[in-house]
Design a protein around this ligand. Structure first.
Ligand code: MOS
Length: 745
């Protein structure tokens, strides 16, 4: 281990300069001579059949190369087999251009390929379509009668079903002296990363492809393309060099990938397909959700009965679910519980995981109901959480691998100044504005999944590490370099981490907040194996000073192996490689979580958010003037990039509570605000003082790094803390998200 550890240091993003100076190339920036451009035509009906597509005018334009529709698409292996990607829910994945059936508004129905993007887009506007429309339904509110329970399926392995009922909820709730209940609605949200979804497919000849894709999983897309188009996996290379945000939108291969590859294979040309902003609303999204809660407590504040039920939307072809109702009993140790998740299939595309899927929705309902309970009990909301604090996960009857949530509550409250809060609603003012303080708890699962990594010592004594993982802007490159450097005792400058290429060792999709734990563990395993190998090679050298020395007796320090007892006894990595006939020393390792050990514990990151709002009741305007989020997420590898993750999550929380919603006009089954002008997100003027605390949390169980992941936990507690602060300010409990100004007037 290094004497100068970089883990725990606030290292700036290694690729930061390349990104801000524009030299980092994104998937839509790989240009080749003769590159062709595709533009997708989307359906303008919700459900029915295409009777005919007229492409005559579009084809007549000089420079238009081809127009693909279901009528003339190449016959592809896809249509002979069922293939599901790594994030596919149970069901049949959507197949672009499969036949003339329309399943949802905005469904891709044709691809125009032309010599320029502008020409392709203009030609697409000349394509006319005759449809036979059928009746449809897109409104979850009027279809609750069609709700059904999700089928169990392999793809839901990362999405556990709701915990089984315990005790007797009905009786316990009926007999509770204090009760709180709520009905909650969350609108649809689209991920809207700034970078549009683009694929540039380079046709390398004989069915060989190099694909630059915006994705959260290079291997996921490689397997998709191989399976769908019947290609050998080794002939398909997917590279995702930089990713301008994704938030879950890139967890599944998107249809621009299909279109770009189809056209490249058929035309034997290089083809780029880019979705425009409006088309970013024609695939996955966070589903609208209806929830109900009923919590019962004793007069001392002990919560004894928990009921949480959710209805989430899905498509007719896939059973998409979210983990919405599993969290209440993970947080609060009631013995009488009832949890249910229902799916409502509609004439829509399948939803898709979006940052803290399920958790950010469910915890809002839970934490606002707890807030309501605190007023009924006349117990401070923070105190109520402490009264119901549990070191165990009662929903699974097992302990947490670690849980420093209490420290999040205490340190967050201290930093925020929670004790200055007057418990009475509408009691605090600043000028003509009402001031409210609200708090809430956050929780997110700490997962680790299998992955591989390669580690090499070069003849210059430098370390090369690689994994197919992407970096969706979270700081993966930087953090992995830190982990690798520490494992070999090197300075970060002597380490190169290569990533974002399906040719590299296997990595799963980058999501679920599990990338640092997963790829970090693989790199640690590869680094450890490499140390052993280096040491063995060192000991095998003629006259080696390490002949009868055990690996425990040496240190790896700045490119040398040194004897702990006597640091002047050493061999450099360069000397070891030279003695290896100049051949670099290499290992590749597969790291798999220890399931037998892990299943004895629940593993989760926790947080507590404290929020101050100012509400102008004349205008209905809410300002989040201050917020503190305290996070317990195990070992924080890089406090700088981690803080950025939490800040991003907090801003997302402000967005979720107050801004973001994709509005559907159910008469047309169509989203009405498919642009960033009308799809509201917070701007600089909406963001004030945000503070992040990482509390100390040691976890020797969760994985070797002791890291729990921080991509999603920053979001979870914020929306309920905001809603609770609004209640404290105004006395109005608004459970419909986002909270619009008219509900405050
Ligand atoms: Mo995250 S929604 O798993 O990218």
């Amino acid at each position: 281990m290094s004497n100068r550890p970089s883990i725990g240091q606030p290292i700036s993003r290694l690729e930061g300069q390349m990104k801000v100076t524009g030299s980092a190339k994104y998937s839509g920036e790989y240009n080749t001579p003769g590159l062709l451009y595709g533009y997708v035509v989307n359906s303008t009906i919700v459900r029915g059949e295409i009777v005919s597509i007229n492409t005559v005018d579009a084809r007549a334009l000089p420079g238009v190369i081809e127009i693909f529709t279901h009528d003339n698409r190449p016959s592809l292996a896809w249509f002979n087999m069922q293939y599901a990607d790594m994030d596919a829910p149970p069901g049949s994945p959507f197949r672009p251009l499969h036949d003339n059936e329309i399943k949802y508004y905005g469904q891709p129905i044709a691809l125009v390929v032309a010599e320029t993007f502008e020409l392709a887009r203009f030609a697409a506007s000349l394509v006319t379509v005759e449809y036979e429309e059928e009746t449809f339904s897109t409104d979850i509110h009027v279809n609750l009668g069609k709700a059904r329970a999700p089928k169990a399926g392999l793809a839901t392995a990362l999405k556990p079903p709701p915990p089984k009922p315990k005790g007797d909820f009905e009786e316990a709730y009926a007999n509770s002296p204090v009760q709180a209940s709520g009905e909650f609605f969350h609108g649809t949200e689209h991920h809207n990363p700034l970078e549009l979804f683009t694929t540039t497919t380079i046709y390398e000849g004989e069915g060989k492809l190099t694909i630059y894709d915006k994705t959260q999983g290079t291997v996921n897309c490689q397997l998709y393309v191989g399976n769908v188009f019947g290609l050998h996996f080794k002939d398909v290379r997917v590279i995702s060099p930089y990713v301008g945000g994704a938030f879950g939108a890139g967890l599944r291969p998107q249809y621009q990938l299909f279109m770009s590859v189809m056209a490249a294979l058929e035309l034997k040309r290089n083809v780029r397909v880019t979705l425009d902003r409006s088309q970013m609303f024609t695939f996955g999204y966070r589903p609208p959700t209806i929830q109900t809660t009923q919590f019962g407590a004793n007069t001392d504040g002990t919560v004894t009965a928990l009921n949480h039920e959710a209805f989430g939307q899905t498509s007719h072809f896939e059973d998409y679910t979210e983990v919405v109702v599993n969290w209440a009993n993970m947080l609060y140790p009631a013995q009488n519980t009832l949890f249910k998740y229902n799916m409502v299939p509609l004439d829509v595309f399948s939803p898709l995981d979006m940052r803290a899927p399920g958790g950010s929705t469910g915890v809002h309902a839970i934490e606002s109901t707890m807030d309501d309970l605190s007023y009924k009990l006349k117990i401070d909301p923070l105190q109520l959480r402490l009264i119901n604090y549990s070191v165990d996960d009662v929903s699974m009857d097992r302990p947490y691998s670690s849980k420093e949530l209490r420290q999040c509550y205490l340190q967050g409250a201290e930093k925020f100044g929670w004790s200055n809060r007057n418990p009475e609603p509408r009691s605090m003012r600043k000028g003509n504005k009402l001031v409210g303080y609200g708090m809430a708890t956050g929780i997110w699962e700490a997962m680790t999944v299998p992955a591989r990594a390669e580690a090499i010592i070069t003849k210059e004594g430098k370390l090369l590490v690689s994994s197919a993982v992407t970096d969706i802007g979270t700081g993966t490159l930087t953090v992995m370099t830190q982990i690798a450097a520490d494992e070999l005792g090197l300075k970060m400058d002597d380490v190169t981490f290569s990533y974002g290429d399906s040719k590299m060792p296997f990595a799963p999709i980058q999501g679920g907040s599990f990338t640092v734990s997963t790829i970090g563990s693989a790199i640690k395993a590869a680094g450890k194996a490499l140390r052993k190998k280096l040491f063995k090679k060192a000991a095998d050298i003629d006259n080696s000073p390490f002949k009868n020395v055990a690996i425990e007796d040496v240190d790896f320090d700045n490119g040398n192996i040194i004897l702990k007892q006597n640091p002047s006894v050493s061999l450099s990595f360069q000397e070891i490689v030279a003695a290896n006939k100049g051949k670099q020393i290499r290992t590749i390792n597969f790291s798999v979580p220890n399931v037998l050990k892990l299943k004895k514990y629940s593993r989760a990151a926790h947080s507590a958010a404290f929020v101050e709002v100012e509400v102008d009741e004349e205008l209905g305007i809410v300002n989040v003037t201050r917020a503190v989020t305290a996070v317990a997420a195990g070992n924080i590898i890089n406090p700088k990039t981690a803080r950025s993750q939490i800040l991003g999550g907090m801003i997302w929380g402000i967005s979720k509570a107050l801004r973001e919603e994709t509005i559907t006009d159910h008469h047309f089954g169509k989203y009405m605000n498919t642009n960033l002008g009308e799809y509201h997100i917070p701007v600089h003027a909406d963001i004030h003082e945000l503070d992040v605390i990482f509390v100390d949390e040691k976890d020797e169980i969760v994985n070797e790094l002791g890291s729990k992941g921080i991509g999603e936990i920053g979001l979870v507690a914020m929306p309920p803390a905001i809603a609770n602060a609004i209640f404290h300010a105004t006395g109005k409990r608004i459970n419909q998200f986002p909270i619009h100004f008219d509900s405050l007037l």
